[in-house]
Write a protein that binds this ligand. Structure first.
Ligand code: SAH
Length: 403
């Protein structure tokens, strides 16, 4: 067996079952492991710690498959073991899927003991990303297990993402098995219908992580007991806007910089039977748009949703990202009617929940608004956080009710 030996004192995180071995912690690699193949990981004193997928090009030099402390000393990473991980991940979500929920994250990487693998279901199709050489190594096994345990009409690959470069992998996109998906697949999320483009959409097609939060927005609009005017910033294909209208909102403005996303947002309004007068689609940079609105007197909203892309890709960018989050929340704060809601999100892992709360508090203070947090939000339950791997928690949000 090829072996990866850690430097002295670098085993602490593995003893806590954290799944990553960084390059700086590696003393030596013996044998000649190929990318993605399994290495035995041992401490500086030779004590066996576990088995991992070896990634020679990545800063994350190995991703753990199993720990001796959990599985004993005679464990083997083989196809049967990988297939059973796929099956268990599917079983964990089984109760969530149904007629009223036809799209879901089936496999969420490290949190499902399958580092680097993302699999989402959209109706009859699966859309997946292989983001590590370890996942890539077991690709055929994973596909066979998905076809066996998660019946589908087709599996499409959306590994057309830059993170693959860090692993020494090429970008890849296309049909893996079954039938080519239609241009749009209609999904049902809690009776909200959405057309999703698996082949051209962002990520695997749609932002499934906001499922619970879209339902909450719908509920807030219903409970308000009056028709709300909603501004949905960074709307993508309008998921939050549909939720607001379903909840009884009077009018929604969807703002996004992407033309194709807004076109799809228009289709989605039609699909749910909403009158075109109830919604506006604005192609703009949200930063500029909010500033322009502030200049115009009279534009005020009862709810403003801010769901921007990741502003901080790395920890080093957190200051700049903090300023950007604060900027949009400040502008939004000034545009809210008394008794309105700010629903603000960050999907940057480098911004932790306490920092995000501080940024939001500072923004509303500078906007001259007082209020209170009514909901602390995070990613939906099909994106769980494995206890030893807090990095899996990336999406956080706050609902603030302002005076
Ligand atoms: N709220 C969406 C997901 C938003 S993803 C949902 O529930 O599905 C972030 C979106 O922000 C993307 O659609 C992207 O096109 C858009 N975007 C990125 N930068 C932007 C900017 N400066 N102004 C407007 N939209 C932007």
């Amino acid at each position: 067996m090829n072996t990866l030996q850690l430097s002295k004192g670098r085993e602490a995180s593995l003893l806590r079952h954290h799944p990553w071995v960084f390059s700086g912690a590696v003393a030596r690699v013996t044998g000649n492991p190929t990318p993605g193949s399994t290495v035995q990981v041992v401490a500086a004193d030779g004590k066996p710690l576990g088995w991992a997928a070896y990634s020679p090009e990545s800063q994350i030099r190995a991703r753990m498959w199993a720990f001796n402390a959990i599985v004993g000393d005679n464990f083997q990473v083989d196809a049967a073991n990988i297939a059973s991980r796929v099956q268990r991940a599917l079983q964990r979500r089984q109760h969530l899927l149904g007629e009223r929920r036809t799209a879901i994250r089936l496999i969420y990487a490290e949190s499902d003991d399958l580092p680097g693998l993302i699999v989402d279901r959209y109706g009859d199709y699966l859309s997946c990303q292989f983001l590590s050489v370890g996942a890539e190594f077991w690709r055929d096994t994973i596909i066979a297990a998905l076809n066996e345990h998660s019946p589908n009409r087709g599996i499409y690959e959306r590994s057309d993402v830059t993170v693959r470069k860090h692993e020494g992998l090429e970008s890849r996109k296309g049909l893996i098995s079954g039938e080519e998906p239609a241009e749009f697949i209609t999904i049902n999320e809690a009776d909200r219908l959405l057309d999703v483009s698996i082949t051209e959409g962002h990520k695997t097609g749609y932002y499934l992580d906001q499922y619970d939060n879209r339902s909450l927005v719908q509920q807030l609009c219903t409970q308000a007991g009056r028709p709300l005017k909603v501004l949905n910033c960074f709307s993508y294909t309008g998921g939050f806007g549909i939720a607001a209208l379903k909840g009884g909102a009077e009018h929604v403005t969807n703002v996004d910089s992407s033309g194709p996303a807004l076109e799809l947002a228009g289709r989605n309004l039609e699909l749910n039977g909403f009158d075109p007068d109830q919604a506006e689609l604005v192609q703009a940079n949200v930063f500029d748009y909010l500033r322009d609105l502030k200049q115009q007197s009279g534009s005020r909203y009862d709810m403003i949703i801010l769901d921007p892309p990741k502003f901080a890709e790395t920890k080093h960018q957190f200051k700049r990202a903090s300023r950007a989050y604060k900027d949009i929340a400040l502008q939004a704060g000034a545009l809210l009617n008394p008794g309105g809601w700010l629903v603000s999100f960050s999907c940057s892992g480098a911004i932790d929940p306490p920092l995000f709360q501080k940024i939001t508090a500072d923004a509303l203070l500078d906007a001259g608004r007082q209020g209170r947090i009514t909901h602390h939000l995070h990613q939906s339950s099909d994106h769980p956080v494995a206890l030893p791997f807090p990095e899996a928690l990336y999406l956080k949000g706050l609902v603030c009710h302002v005076d």
